[in-house]
Design a protein around this ligand. Structure first.
Ligand code: HEC
Ligand code: HEC
Length: 283
């Protein structure tokens, strides 16, 4: 029986046995006393429906035990509790962080194929319950990712506005530009600013650049989002843009997407799922 060789187990068992013996002994003594003893002594003035109270002094042993527990509680709270020493929670956190570090260094330089494979895996586990296996958003249960992140999506965002991601600048109002201007600015973002792909309207890029100041007021003239006050459109269409969305979460009109910045996904997993999500809107 090797668990008896463990000091902590042994101590626990001895403690449990001591508690049982003491409880049975003390309870037995008092039950016997209740049966045989006649109460004597001085009563206090208080009387509750005929039940009186003896004016006995507090038992010394009990008082010391009571004071002892207070001292012990203070010691445990301020000194004894294993904040700086070993704790199982600490050990668990350490193991998780070691594992994450090994995972991150193993996949430090992933190629596109690795990212897509990992991204699909992450997507099916973490995202498909809301966004659907194909990313279509299951009839409006969550955002339709087969159109999100595309050039058209910029046009839609400018026409309809955007909110719910908790940026310092709050909401992006609807209708900042008309459809033709929005199409031009979208061409500029995709092809010139973010360089995430070839625009479908390359002839509009110059016109879009001239209109960019309307957007740059909040997204920064350099498109970097003014230190996190608005999304960094310089990453639009790239995996980093999805990672930014995941770190913010979204309180939408059709539901809530939680923030994924609580350690649920490592950085490389966010980039991987971003790569995969971006592939969903490629025709
Ligand atoms: C008043 C400030 C402001 C202006 C002006 C502005 N935006 Fe935004 N934009 C934001 C904020 C804030 C968000 C994030 C809002 C949210 O979803 O919570 C955002 C989000 C976006 C998104 C991301 C949508 C998504 O699905 O994540 C795109 C694309 C975008 N803006 C494009 C533009 C373009 C193009 C212009 C210029 C026509 C523009 N914005 C002008 C503040 C602004
Ligand atoms: C609990 C359900 C839920 C889960 C899980 C979830 N999402 Fe979402 N997501 C939503 C909802 C709902 C919206 C749309 C809110 C709205 O626009 O009304 C959304 C929106 C989005 C958007 C668009 C955000 C924008 O800027 O408009 C992206 C991109 C996205 N999700 C990606 C993901 C990815 C990638 C995962 C997995 C890592 C994921 N989501 C997991 C519910 C979820």
């Amino acid at each position: 029986m090797n668990w008896l060789n463990d000091n902590v187990n042994l101590l626990t068992l001895l403690g449990a046995a001591a508690i049982i013996i003491l409880t049975v002994g003390v309870a037995g003594k008092y039950i016997k006393q209740i049966k045989t003893d006649k109460a004597t002594g001085e009563l206090t003035g208080d009387n509750w429906d005929g039940i009186g109270e003896f004016s006995n002094p507090m038992p010394t042993g009990w008082s010391y035990a009571f004071l002892g527990t207070i001292v012990w509680a203070l010691w445990y709270f301020f000194l004894g509790y294993p904040i700086a020493t070993f704790s199982q929670i600490g050990q668990y956190n350490q193991e998780v962080s070691d594992y994450t570090q090994r995972f991150e260094s193993k996949w430090a330089n992933p190629n596109h194929e690795t990212l897509m494979g990992m991204g699909e895996g992450v997507f099916l586990v973490q995202c498909s319950p809301c966004h659907g296996i194909t990313g279509d958003g299951i009839d409006g249960k969550a955002a339709d990712l087969t159109t999100w992140g595309s050039e058209e999506h910029i046009v839609n965002t400018v026409l309809k506005g955007s909110n719910g991601q908790g940026y310092a600048l709050g909401e992006m109002p609807a209708g900042l530009l008309d459809k033709a201007s929005a199409t031009a600015v979208a061409a500029y973002i995709v092809q010139d600013l973010a360089k995430s792909g070839k625009s479908k309207h390359p002839e509009l890029v110059t016109q879009g650049k001239a209109l960019w100041a309307t957007c740059g007021a909040c997204h920064g003239m350099d498109g970097k989002g003014m230190g996190g006050s608005a999304p960094a459109l310089i990453n639009y269409g790239k995996a980093e843009f999805v990672a930014e969305v995941l770190n913010h979460g979204k309180k939408g009109t059709i539901g809530v997407m939680p923030k994924f910045n609580d350690g649920r996904l490592t950085n490389i997993q966010k980039i991987a799922v971003g790569t995969y999500v971006n592939s969903l809107n490629e025709e």
